[in-house]
Design a protein around this ligand. Structure first.
Ligand SMILES: Nc1nc2c(ncn2[C@@H]2O[C@H](COP(=O)(O)OP(=O)(O)OP(=O)(O)O)[C@@H](O)[C@H]2O)c(=O)[nH]1
Ligand SMILES: [Mg+2]
Length: 471
């Protein structure tokens, strides 16, 4: 499908929604909610718990439509996009709430789920029109894929030059650079050589990612999904030089261009451009625990990810969106159940500071933004423990590795997030006030009252911001 068809499709959808308010009470509007974040940020748990809590709304008191009794029912339906994998809700919920609760497996690609909400009619004529239905289409996609947007502005030669300059002194790149110096880019293309270089480059990206670098594009090299082994993922940057027809360099260039046109563009066209509301999940506590370099890395990754929500920053995107934009963006610090609620304001301040630039720009572009800290699935209980004559606000849970109970006091988060972000920006290796502790808790065994979803922190507030105005 070409660009024009897509844009026309968008216009049609817009017209439908508009028309339904005026003429046909039975047309059913759909709202597309994107859920993204870097690897392990908490996307799968967030979607699973959000859906479970929208179906059983006993813990959703901050959702105004629920408080006012406007939500009559919520149920799963077949999704509108036939070629996108379905978000495996039942499986993930089974993992979290089954007899031996555990966290769901990592997911490596885009997936989608449609939750339909039957709502009491609104307004004066409400009694005449009968119930309304809103389809909520939830799209889970890796934040890493957004980083590929910058590739669209580069040709193969300039991309190669940038990458090679950036990685030349990195320890993680040593093997790849050695393989590169042994290869002859102007020699005739030879598939095993191309595969060897691509594998070495992918191994570098993986190591760099683990070492905390965020500039690990092309994103699909880390999360290949069903593209693994295909030519669009079998290329690598090469030093500049002669590239006669049929040479390795020519073929690599061709594949780089194929990656852009057949992987990056379709993602933005088919998924990103159709999103109405977006939540960006951030594991700020994880970065805090890992230290200042990880925090600075996270800040830069966020800035890059969020620049995609400022359409003017990229010609391709501007053309693709043609004025349509994400209406609301929520930045959420996840896993807040690792902190006693006394310290939640400090965590929220960190996520606000981390995303400040991007939020200012998004607001300028017309999107409404907010930041909060949440736990999609609360795995701990709070407790005050005396220690050396002071009361420490702790959380207690079962350790994921051993199943043993343990109490955690992560440390005192500063009131002013600049005390963390400034040293991180200046290249500090460790935090001035020592370190922040972390533990991995398992989900707690649950016995849910009828009508209650899984326990969470502020998931209802997140839902109110993201969809409340449409209920
Ligand atoms: N305590 C706690 N831990 C959480 C919560 N949400 C996520 N986690 C932890 O974070 C890990 C990653 O969560 P996922 O939801 O799988 O993250 P994801 O973003 O889908 O990860 P990928 O699919 O690998 O990109 C889980 O295995 C848990 O250890 C939460 O609400 N509370
Ligand atoms: Mg996932």
């Amino acid at each position: 499908m070409g660009l024009a068809a897509d844009v026309a499709d968008g216009v049609l959808r817009g017209a439908e929604t508009l028309g339904s308010a005026v003429t046909s009470p039975f047309a059913e509007p759909a709202l597309r909610l994107g859920v993204t974040g870097l690897a392990r940020a908490g996307k799968t748990v967030f979607i699973t718990s959000l859906v479970a809590n929208l179906m059983n709304r006993g813990r959703m008191s901050q959702l105004v439509a629920e408080r006012d009794g406007r939500i009559e029912a919520a149920y799963l339906q077949p999704q509108p996009d036939d070629t996108v994998p379905r978000f495996d809700y039942e499986h993930h919920l089974g993992a979290l709430t089954g007899p031996e609760p555990h966290w769901p497996d990592s997911t490596r690609a885009v997936s989608e789920l449609r939750l339909s909400l039957r709502l009491k009619p609104r307004g004066l004529l409400g009694g005449l029109t009968g119930p309304r239905v809103l389809h909520l289409d939830i799209i889970d996609y890796p934040g890493e894929w957004l980083l590929d947007l910058s590739l669209l502005e580069k040709d193969y030669a300039s991309w190669s030059r940038d990458v090679l300059a950036r990685i030349k002194s990195r320890r993680e790149a040593r093997d790849f650079l050695a393989a590169l110096s042994a290869a002859d880019a102007s020699a005739a293309h030879d598939e095993p050589i191309a595969q060897g270089l691509a594998a070495a480059f992918a191994a570098y990206l993986q190591e760099a990612r683990e070492a905390g670098y965020y500039d690990c594009t092309p994103g699909r090299f880390l999360l290949p999904g069903d593209l693994a082994g295909s030519p669009v993922l079998t290329f690598a940057p090469l030093p500049e030089g002669a590239a006669p027809r049929g040479s390795l360099a020519r073929e690599m260039e061709r594949r780089f261009n194929a990656y852009k046109s057949q992987v990056v563009r379709p993602f933005f066209r088919d998924h990103f451009a159709r999103i109405d509301r977006q939540v960006v999940l951030v594991d700020a506590l994880g970065a805090l625990h890992a230290g200042p370099p990880a925090m600075e890395d996270l800040r830069r990754a966020m800035a890059d990810i969020l620049s995609t929500f400022r359409p003017g920053s990229n010609g391709f995107l501007t053309q693709l969106l043609r004025g349509k934009r994400v209406e609301k963006i929520l930045f959420a610090a996840t896993k807040a159940d690792h902190l006693h609620h006394q310290q939640h304001p400090q965590l929220t301040a960190i996520i606000e500071a981390l995303t400040r630039d991007a939020r200012d720009r998004a607001r300028f572009a017309g999107a409404e933004t907010a930041a909060l800290s949440l736990a999609a699935l609360r795995a701990t209980t709070e407790e005050i423990r005396p220690h050396d004559g002071v009361d420490l606000p702790c959380v207690r849970g079962l350790l994921a590795d051993t199943g043993r109970p343990a109490a955690l006091y992560p440390g005192r988060l500063p009131e002013d997030p600049a005390q963390l972000l400034t040293p991180a920006r200046q290249g500090a290796e460790r935090w001035l006030d020592g370190s922040y502790a972390s533990m991995r808790f398992a989900p707690q065994p649950l016995t849910l009252k009828p009508g209650d979803g899984p326990p969470h922190i502020r998931l209802d507030r997140a839902a109110e911001f993201l969809i409340g105005d449409r209920l």
